[in-house]
Design a protein. Structure first.
Length: 253
């Protein structure tokens, strides 16, 4: 419950810009000491900062609606998704994460491929439903309109039965220290389980995601097998990837 409250508090602050401590106490029905402790956790991430009598948001990227996020860096995201589709082979059981980058995989997926797609993305579901060679499996117990995805797992053992060859993952923020992060607790459950289960993890992320972290780490950076991104990474990422045999592909054409 504490983790959920902190997540909801972060969303509330990012949505409203500047909020007083008294307002947070009233909205979340907790003491001022509890609010201060939660705020200390959030300020460590760098998304908000303290001001006199309250807090203010530094960035709102974590809560940009899906439709607006689709517009941001859209050309880069589309190229990344199209590039990633080349890694899908016959008889693969793949997971395609929800997100504005991963959904573009379906645009260039070879329609002759016989594959099984496991997904919680509404856009991927709609695209895959018309492909005769695709066996479609859907996970997630409730629909989240903001991200056009199904989230939450009623039975923790649901994903254990699937031998996932390749997982194509998105991330709200990526750092060497905090790994692959996102801001939603219910999405986190699926992302974490898939990342642990998959034989290979493909991270699809445009350049703006690197160097940022959000509330929840669903996988350490070293868990990634392949990165498809839009621009060359900083030297610290290149060095880490070389040391841990992580392939880097630039989708620039």
């Amino acid at each position: 419950m504490k983790l959920m409250r902190i997540q909801e508090m972060e969303e509330y602050i990012l949505t409203n810009g500047t909020v007083s401590l008294d307002e947070l106490c009233q909205v979340f029905n907790v003491s001022k000491n509890t609010v201060r402790r939660d705020i200390n956790k959030l300020t460590e991430k760098g998304a908000i900062q303290k001001v006199y009598g309250g807090v203010t948001s530094i960035e709102k990227s974590a809560l940009i609606p899906f439709e607006n996020r689709t517009i941001q860096n859209q050309d880069e995201k589309t190229k990344i998704g199209h590039y990633a589709s080349r890694f899908i082979e016959d008889q693969d059981l793949i997971f395609i994460d929800s997100g504005t980058t991963t959904k573009s995989i379906m645009d260039t997926l070879d329609q002759g491929r016989n594959v099984t797609i496991l997904t919680n993305s509404l856009d991927v579901i709609n695209a895959a439903s018309s492909l005769n060679n695709v066996n479609l499996l859907i996970i997630g117990s409730s629909y989240k309109r903001k991200t056009r995805s199904f989230v939450g797992i009623d039975d923790p053992g649901t994903l254990d039965k699937y031998n996932i060859n390749k997982a194509f993952m998105s991330s709200t923020g990526i750092t060497l220290t905090h790994g692959l992060t996102n801001s939603d607790l219910m999405e986190y459950e699926i992302k974490k389980k898939i990342s642990e289960k998959a034989k290979e993890v493909y991270l699809l992320a445009d350049h703006s995601k690197f160097g940022k972290s959000t509330l929840l780490t669903y996988a350490p950076f070293k868990r990634v097998d392949c990165i498809v991104t839009s621009k060359p990474l900083d030297e610290e990422y290149n060095k880490f990837c070389k040391e841990h045999q992580i392939d880097i592909h630039l989708a620039q054409s």
